[in-house]
Design a protein around this ligand. Structure first.
Ligand SMILES: Cc1cc2nc3c(=O)[nH]c(=O)nc-3n(C[C@H](O)[C@H](O)[C@H](O)COP(=O)(O)O)c2cc1C
Length: 180
């Protein structure tokens, strides 16, 4: 397995996949990485739906704008994960929002997303986060109950492309010392 920084640098958003299935062991590792995600007060608000069914995939694709670069991947990747969150868990204390930002579900799901992406990459798999979707339409397709939100779709499979790394801001452009 590559070392951690290699995994960090080497992970790319993958939008073109081979049809080869995701091995059970790799999927288990990905789900294990979700399980060990850090979260607000260990509230673990995530729920993950693993989708293989083609009809459901097509119904979900109808909820993705055609201009989304991941439009095809939603159907073509061998697996699709839907990342959902239970509301009023992350950031809440005795039913009340404990901080200025209210519900921290997006934050905690962001951590889950990164764990999935890095673990998948460590196993030679690719992923992409699809956030530009019609969330309510996806919820409807998957029967996500009230009190939960579907946050992102994540295709998962072996990459059939090796895109270059998009440019990054320099450390000096975002790092501040002592004051902003
Ligand atoms: C919250 C979030 C939402 C994203 N939504 C989409 C999306 O809807 N479609 C897509 O093709 N890529 C999407 N991306 C992928 C980004 O475009 C990608 O991470 C960024 O360009 C950097 O490229 P890299 O992941 O290869 O380093 C999303 C990424 C994040 C973190």
């Amino acid at each position: 397995m590559p070392d951690f920084m290699e995994i960090l640098y080497g992970r790319r958003s993958i939008r073109k996949y081979k049809s080869e299935p995701v091995p059970e062991k790799a999927l288990s590792a990905v789900l294990e990485s979700v399980r060990w995600s850090q979260s607000w007060a260990n509230t673990q608000c995530w729920e993950i739906i693993v989708i293989t069914d083609k009809t459901i995939r097509e119904q979900l694709q109808a909820a993705v704008p055609k201009g989304n670069p991941s439009f095809k991947a939603v159907v073509e990747a061998p697996l699709l994960l839907a990342l959902c969150a239970e509301l009023k868990r992350a950031g809440f204390y005795k039913g009340n929002a404990a901080s200025k930002f209210g519900d921290w579900f997006l934050f905690d799901l962001g951590i889950v997303t990164q764990n999935i992406a890095l673990t998948a990459h460590a196993h030679g798999l690719g992923t992409v986060v699809a956030g530009l979707i019609n969330h309510d339409a996806c919820k409807e397709v998957l029967g996500v109950p009230e009190g939960f939100e579907l946050v992102t779709l994540m295709p998962l499979g072996y990459p059939d492309e090796a895109p270059p790394a998009p440019p990054r801001r320099e450390i000096s452009a975002f790092t501040h010392y002592d004051r902003f």
